[in-house]
Write a protein that binds this ligand. Structure first.
Ligand SMILES: [Zn+2]
Length: 188
């Protein structure tokens, strides 16, 4: 029996709305279109699926042949990861990005896959997948860039400094109250 030999990691999007697309809906769709069951009992063509909340679900064992990239026999030599979403128009959630990063990191280490072989589906197929809003090196950069957090919607460095803001507001309010009190006293 033929088996998948992971030498590439191919990342996809579902081309459906990020926040409402579920593992079950894609699994049902692939059951209808491919009817190709995995050793885990699912029909979804990807090995891993990541919903908007960041949850990673396994659809196929890593050694199972995929049903996601038929070009160049990639289904026999790659791991397929799919993110729920249409990244021609929207952007992955931070939870998806963070969990994709750790999944890519783990898989690349486990199968000794170089970062140059972490690619979007469009490298092999004439489509936009994983979405035209994401650059060709977007997924790869999650693994290679020390500054990968800049790819988040809310990078830590861009988050507002909550405490100093609160202190400033409290100071302003105190000053306002003091002015009000002295005005009242002056008018007694
Ligand atoms: Zn794809």
């Amino acid at each position: 029996m033929s088996m998948n030999k992971p030498q590439n990691i191919i990342v996809h999007h579902t081309l459906t709305a990020r926040d409402t697309t579920t593992f079950e809906s894609v699994n049902a769709y692939h059951k209808k279109t491919f009817n190709f069951i995995s050793s885990l009992g699912f029909y979804i063509g990807y090995h891993y699926f990541i919903t908007a909340d960041g949850k990673v679900t396994r659809g196929r064992a890593d050694t199972d042949i995929g049903a996601h990239t038929k070009e160049q026999s990639m289904n026999y030599k790659s791991i397929g990861i799919c993110l729920a979403g249409n990244f021609d128009g929207e952007y992955p959630s931070d939870a998806q990005i963070v969990n994709l990063k750790s999944l890519l990191h783990d898989l690349a280490a486990r199968y000794n896959i170089g970062a140059d072989r972490i690619v979007p589906h469009r490298k092999y197929a004439p489509k936009s997948c994983y979405g035209s809003r994401l650059s060709d090196d977007w997924a790869r950069r999650l693994v290679t860039d020390t500054n990968w957090q800049s790819l988040l919607n809310n990078p830590p460095s861009a988050q507002p400094q909550a405490m100093p803001d609160k202190v400033q507001t409290a100071k302003a309010q105190l000053l306002e109250a003091q002015t009000l009190i002295s005005n009242v006293i002056n008018n007694l």
